[in-house]
Design a protein around this ligand. Structure first.
Ligand code: AMO
Length: 440
């Protein structure tokens, strides 16, 4: 007998979760992976999982065909199969019904078993799971995380498109750095040096000229030297840029966007949130807006004295997170520690029109009003030790009527950590990349 069957003309009629008592007596075809094979007094219970959930297939050995019994002998957990059979209602089965098979197709036999159960129990280290990530992603908790991620992305798109922002895509192979502090990945672009984009910053700014209100959801690359629970080398960034507004409008926008996202996942992913034991209330608007100076005062009360102009360290942000467990903004940062394109305040040049959106001790986004004067942009480039000549392709646009504009960049994985209550950013990235991981 051939072990592996061909798919031929079999096609799914139902997903696992659709096998319900109402289908009693109906013939159905389902596909999926075996997650459990259990024999009890002449009856073999198979649990089949598909992308929607699970269903029980019950084989009464004394009433089954020889072909099915032969197949049972070689089936292992995780094998992929197709089943044609009759639905029978039964209280004890998931969704109140099971399938009595008439025919089984073995489509692939699992030769190895993962070092963890899909349904709980002791978990190996995350690295062991990531090595076979697509199997790991079949765990119900991982399925919940990525169903939520899918819904978050849809909610962000719906929200921004509803407000007449246009979705754009910008180059990921670029000529110059934009985010000073973050290290670049260099690459050879034919005979020139190029880099992977750290952010779509300069392109999204340019795109306000033809489109006024743009957004991009795409990968950005950061050569992070250390391995932390919050940093990856490749992330998905939600970038927004808009003409004729300032950072205050942008903060209002991101605040509304976050509220819309939370409302949507509460409405559409309640089962998944429950599975993750995660509750998140629609945040109260407006979010707290604390100036950098106010943050220093809060920290001072905690006994942490910082020099004005110093960036917040991981340690200080952790302390802030305990005092501010919700969404909040840190605004009006010292100009010197923000990127060159952020607009210094007119009345006080050492402070700039900038913000970071935080949730407890996680930085979710940063943004600000941008410089729209070419002269000032050149000055700021020089002050940050960058060569204006390298930015000629960008600076020349400023001669054609660059309007005031503002925007933000939000790390999707960081937002997902907050929404799904994950400590490790790798749990919310499908194939995470870090200093030590380039596969799968
Ligand atoms: P920034 O460098 O602050 O700003 O990045 C924006 C947001 O991206 C996320 N992020 C990261 N997430 C995980 N791992 C990383 N290595 C990583 N690096 C960044 C964070 C961060 O808040 N161009 C500006 C945005 C703007 O002004 O529009 C920028 O890139 O959530």
């Amino acid at each position: 007998m051939r072990k592996i069957d061909e798919l031929n003309d079999w096609r799914r009629t139902h997903y696992s979760v659709e096998i319900k008592p109402e289908l009693e007596g109906k013939k159905v075809t389902i596909f999926g992976w075996l997650s459990s094979i259990r024999e009890q007094g002449g009856i073999v219970f198979l649990i089949l999982n598909d992308k929607e959930g699970m269903v029980q297939i019950t084989v009464h050995k004394d009433k089954s065909s020889k072909s099915i019994l032969e197949k049972l002998k070689i089936l292992s957990e995780h094998s992929s199969i197709g089943v044609k059979g009759i639905v029978k209602s039964i209280n004890k089965a998931p969704h109140g019904a099971e399938i009595i098979p008439e025919e089984i197709k073995i489509l692939s036999i699992a030769k190895r078993q993962p070092p963890f159960s899909l349904f709980g129990g002791k978990m190996p280290t995350i690295d062991k799971r990531l090595d076979i990530r697509v199997i790991d992603l079949r765990r119900p908790k991982a399925q919940a995380i990525f169903k939520i991620r899918h819904t978050v992305l849809k909610a962000i798109r719906d929200f921004l498109i509803g407000k007449r922002y246009m979705e754009v895509s910008t180059p990921k192979i670029i000529a110059t750095a934009t985010e000073g502090g973050a290290a670049l990945f260099p690459l050879l672009y034919y005979d020139k040096e190029a880099f992977l984009a750290q952010s779509p910053q300069l392109y999204k700014e340019q795109l306000v000229m033809p489109f006024e209100k743009v957004f991009e959801i795409g990968p950005i690359f950061r050569a992070e030297e250390s391995r932390t629970l919050r940093h990856l080398s490749e992330i998905i960034s939600v970038d927004v840029e808009e003409a004729f507004v300032s950072y205050k409008d942008t903060m209002n926008l991101i605040e509304q966007m976050i509220s819309h996202v939370v409302k949507t996942i509460n409405d559409e992913c309640s089962k998944e949130m429950e599975l993750l034991k995660q509750k998140i209330k629609i945040p109260k608007s407006p979010f707290k807006r604390l100036t950098y100076d106010e943050i220093l005062k809060i920290l001072e009360k905690e006994g942490i004295i910082m020099n004005w102009g110093e960036d917040l360290s991981t340690q200080t942000i952790k302390i802030l997170g305990e005092i501010l467990p919700e969404f909040y903004f840190i605004i009006d940062w010292p100009t010197a520690i923000k990127p060159f394109y952020i607009k210094p305040r007119d009345d006080k040049k050492d402070i700039c029109e900038s913000f970071d959106l935080m949730h407890s001790s996680i930085e979710l986004a940063s943004g600000g009003s941008r410089i729209s004067s070419k002269r000032l942009l050149i000055k700021r480039l020089k002050e940050q030790g960058l060569k204006p000549k390298l930015f000629e392709y960008h600076l020349r646009i400023f001669d054609y009527g660059m309007p005031p504009h503002a925007g933000f960049g939000l790390g999707l994985e960081r937002l997902m950590m907050v929404l799904t209550g994950q400590e490790n950013i790798r749990e919310v990235s499908i194939f995470p990349r870090d200093r030590f991981r380039l596969t799968p």
